[in-house]
Design a protein around this ligand. Structure first.
Ligand code: SF4
Length: 182
């Protein structure tokens, strides 16, 4: 598989590969991708797989291939916008908190404290926040409620920051593809 991926990259053509769980597919495409030196987007079916790539597989390969740090990779990950906090919505809510129940008040406090320290705004850092939090739904950075460049928080927005981090220097970008979300 690694040789086939390498050839497909060289010849700029599509390749479809199917292989069973645990056969080493991830390494088989990552090695030729890294060796190619190309800028690459890796689209994963789940956030778990994306996190495994970013936190485990890529650092492992980086260490194995460049033990002296001679080939440091530029890698960042991008998730769907609703995984990120909208600062504008949080600040607006802080002015007029309309929260329902003790649980929501506690979640609001945790989010407000975390917003001051996080560099990414990615809710995965908030391990105590329930997956189905109704409060998060009111505060996430989804596109249909975003004010874009007219927003007073545009420069400090986590989405703007994510794009800044990704564009100029990335070589590998694991992307969570919500289309296939499980
Ligand atoms: S630019 Fe959009 S997502 Fe970012 S803080 Fe403003 S309204 Fe929220």
């Amino acid at each position: 598989m690694a040789e086939a991926v390498g050839r497909a990259l060289e010849e700029k053509r599509h390749l479809i590969v199917e292989a069973g769980t645990g056969t080493g597919k991830t390494l088989a495409y990552l090695v030729p991708v890294i060796r190619s030196g190309k800028r690459v987007i890796i689209s994963t079916g789940t956030k778990n797989l994306q996190e495994q790539l970013f936190h485990k597989d890529i650092p492992f390969l980086e260490q194995a291939l460049f033990p002296n740090g001679e080939g440091k990779l530029n890698v960042c990950y991008i998730k769907g916008r609703n995984n990120y906090l909208c600062r504008k919505k949080l600040y607006d809510l802080t002015g007029q908190p309309v929260l329902s129940g003790l649980e929501e008040i506690e979640q609001y406090r945790a989010i407000a404290a975390w917003e001051k320290t996080t560099n990414t705004g990615d809710r995965a850092e908030l391990s105590t926040l329930p997956e189905a939090s109704a409060l998060w739904f009111k505060l996430d950075a989804r596109a249909d409620t975003c004010l874009g460049q007219k927003c007073s928080e545009w420069d400090r927005c986590f989405i703007t920051e994510m794009h800044r981090r990704a564009m100029p220097r990335m070589r590998l970008m694991p992307v969570f593809c919500p289309m296939y979300a499980r």
